[in-house]
Ligand binder design. Sequence first.
Ligand code: HEM
Length: 335
Amino acid sequence: MRAHTAPLRIMLGALALLAIAAAASPVAAQSQSVSPTKSAVSEQQLLQQSKTIRGLGTIPDTKSYTLEQPGGDWRHFHQVTLRWIGGIALLGMLALLVIFYLSRGMLRIEAGRSGRTIVRFNAFERFVHWMTAVCFVILALSGLNITFGRSLLLPLMKPESFTAFSEWAKYAHNYLSFPFTLGVVLIFLMWIAGNIPTRADVEWLKRGGGMIGHDHPPAYRFNAGQKLIYWIVVLGGGAAAVSGYVLIFPFYGTTIETVQQAEMFHSIVAMLFIAAMLAHIYIGTIGMEGAFEAMGSGTVDLNWAKEHHSLWLEEEGARSRMDSSRPQPTVVTGQ
Ligand code: HEM
């Protein structure tokens, strides 16, 4: 009798082992279809099956029925990839500027100041520039707080203070987008004429913009480097504004996926834009003697103009000679 049942027991044992192995395998677990209304249904199983967990509702906004929708790729982008992009772009640009400053120092007016000045930007141009710049700086800092604040600021502050700061920063970010957009549109209209590429830009670029050595390649009102900044402001500012409004006003013709894509686009454009503006702010302040006053008082020294924008100076001279009713370009005499 014992000898008869032995093969049967071995077969049954093998079948039981197979059944246990099959039940333990993750493939078997994933392929199981789950009924969302089953009382003991696992949340994880449901998410694997349908990506979102939705409930039932009575209000007209059916989007509110979504109870859970993990971020997936977007969450990884927001928490990991974007921090790398931002870190490399901003710290990389800062490192370049520090190296440049240490090796080259402030670019001086080589001939020294002449004591005579010429109007470079009128009051309206300066107002638009500073309005846009102030908005940009606050937008940049409040935006960076969204990406880096939790890891960089929160450890330094009380959680309640960080919450209050972040809330105000977010209000500022939303509302200042409007004057910033207006500023970008006005900058586009105000300076487009001086920012179309010309042959002089090719020459200017070939000579490295005079950054190396004591070269002063000729330039009209804006040199090739400034034209690059202008187009970064117009196109980068435009792209950041449009994608930002998709985020401020979600679901007007967009889905959760397009909103996530807009967020990724907005944040990458913003990081690169901020990196570019760091270079602009550097050259407009400690990088070049005599540059800041162009946007400060609106006038620059004649020798500065000769060295950095000789073709523009010639044009201004010719224009004021032709138009006798126009004041001469040298408007102030110093010392
Ligand atoms: C916040 C610090 C900033 C400083 C100190 C600064 C300084 C300056 C200066 C001195 C100029 C005149 C350059 C010249 O005469 O040739 C200038 C021009 C300009 N700025 Fe700024 N700026 C700042 C921020 C910004 C921001 C945030 C934007 C736009 C988002 C901007 C956009 C422009 C543009 C488009 C021009 C004309 C093209 C050029 O000169 O590069 N600036 N800025």
